[in-house]
Design a binder for this molecule. Sequence first.
Ligand code: GDP
Ligand code: MG
Length: 164
Amino acid sequence: SKPVVAIVGRPNVGKSTLFNVLAGERISIVKDTPGVTRDRIYADVTWLDYHFTMIDTGGIEPDSKDIILSQMREQAEIAIATADVIIFLTDVRQGLQDSDSKVADMLRRSGKPVVLVVNKVDSFEKFMPDVYEFYNLGIGDPYPISASSMLGLGDMLDEVVKNF
Ligand code: GDP
Ligand code: MG
C-alpha cells in the first residue's frame, strides 16, 4: 500500500493550507481561528512518480497553552502510529515555541522519519534569518516554505519521498 505522510504542528501554522495545496483541492478547512480541523482528513497525493496518502491532523478551538500542547501530543501520537514520514510544520511568524520543542523531542524519540518544515516564509530574503533558530529543535535541517504562495514545496517533497 501507499506510504502515509502526516502533518503535525501547532494551531494556525498552516497545516490545512499545506494539505490543500498538496491535495490540489480544498478538502481541509482553513481559517484564521486556530484548530478548525475537526477530524483527521486524508488525501491521495502524487509527486513526480511517487504516490502517497496524506493526513491533516488538528483539534478543536484550543484556548490555552496546555490544551495546545496536549492536542499536539495527540497529533504526534497518531502520526507516530500511522505515518511512514511525519512533516513537522512550524511557523516563522510565530517563531519557535516551547510546545514545538516538546513535540520535537517526542518525534525524535519515536525514530520515525521527520521532515522539519518552516511555513509562512513568503519572502526568502526577508524571513530566512528567522528560519535558523529552528535548528535548535535538533531534528535536522529546517525546510522553508510558503504554503499559500507555493514556495519551497519541491525541495520539501524531495526530502519527504527520500524517506519512503
Ligand atoms: P492550521 O491550523 O495549522 O491548519 O492552519 P491553517 O491552514 O488553517 O492556516 C492558518 C492561517 O495561516 C490562515 O489564515 C492561512 O491563510 C495562513 N497561512 C497558511 N499558510 C501561509 C503562508 O504560507 N503564508 C502566510 N502568510 N499565511 C499562511
Ligand atoms: Mg487545520
